[in-house]
Design a protein around this ligand. Structure first.
Ligand SMILES: NC(=O)c1ccc[n+]([C@@H]2O[C@H](COP(=O)([O-])OP(=O)(O)OC[C@H]3O[C@@H](n4cnc5c(N)ncnc54)[C@H](OP(=O)(O)O)[C@@H]3O)[C@@H](O)[C@H]2O)c1
Length: 238
């Protein structure tokens, strides 16, 4: 791995938006650490094209030991990390069951919070010392408009929406905590994308979203800029 390049860690990189972000940041000249959950297939194709600039890192954000091991592995390959993109996410209550039919004893509920809300916090905690040595010091959490309380109109999908609202709160606390140390935190709605999660009828493809997110990451933030924004930089209400 070349360390003169800017460095980025992207979680959930084996499919969908994560994979598009890996491609975009490689095209943009970054050294990319791609967090792999279950499948290396698509990333192996990119690795053959980009060689040393892409490093595949086994990473399950729901498992603290896995996150620790990933931080150790990345630390063996670089002295610093510029950007973390917490992209990994799950949406298991897509069925839109009404409250009366929702199984609240279902382990899926806890798992959604564990991946979407607590996963990014585990990642930031374990990679913080590498980030402190990075120049850009940007934490970019992929959230959703579904996490906006002010804009909420849904009458179901409790768990996914609650997990993203919790991620939004986490991002604001991180912003408060890390700003004095030179960090920036962005919490980004990537748009409704044609991925496994978004389905075939969605509005945009994940490459379009990744291009917007790449531009957001490159932007010099000004004091007071909104931090909850969509992939084009438009602010969202908390
Ligand atoms: N698609 C949309 O329209 C939309 C809209 C708003 C927000 N978002 C958000 O955008 C992000 C990316 O979504 P997507 O549409 O690209 O979804 P996707 O196609 O389902 O991809 C999700 C990625 O997360 C990984 N992942 C799942 N559980 C993980 C875990 N425990 N540890 C590490 N990685 C894990 C998956 O790996 P495996 O497949 O190997 O499990 C996959 O690579 C998510 O945070 C999602 O909530 C998506």
């Amino acid at each position: 791995m070349e360390t003169e390049k800017k460095t980025v860690l992207i979680t959930g990189a084996d499919a969908g938006l994560g994979l598009s972000l890996v491609k975009r940041f490689l095209q943009g000249g970054f050294a990319v650490f791609a967090g792999v959950h279950r499948s290396m297939d698509a990333l192996n194709v990119l690795a053959s094209e980009y060689g040393d600039a892409l490093s595949l890192i086994p990473l399950n954000v729901a498992d603290l030991e896995s996150v620790r091991a990933a931080a150790r592995l990345v630390g063996e390959q670089t002295n610093s990390l510029d950007i973390i993109i917490n992209n990994a996410g799950i949406h298991l209550d897509n069925s839109k069951l009404p409250l009366e039919q929702l199984d609240l004893s279902d382990q899926h509920l806890q798992r959604t919070m564990d991946v979407n809300a607590f996963g990014p916090l585990r990642v930031v905690q374990q990679f913080l010392s590498l980030m402190e040595k990075g120049e850009m010091k940007l934490v970019l959490n992929i959230s959703s408009e579904a996490g906006s309380i002010a804009d909420s109109k849904r009458e179901n999908q409790f768990v996914y929406c609650m997990s993203k609202a919790a991620l939004n709160m986490q991002s604001k606390i991180l912003h408060n905590y890390l700003k004095p140390r030179g960090f920036n935190v962005l919490v980004v709605h990537p748009g409704w994308m044609r991925t496994n999660m978004g389905g075939p009828s969605a509005a945009i493809n994940s490459d379009e979203s990744a291009a917007g997110i790449f531009d957001l990451a490159a932007r010099e933030p000004k004091p007071g800029d909104p931090i909850y924004i969509d992939y084009r930089g438009e602010p969202l209400p908390w």
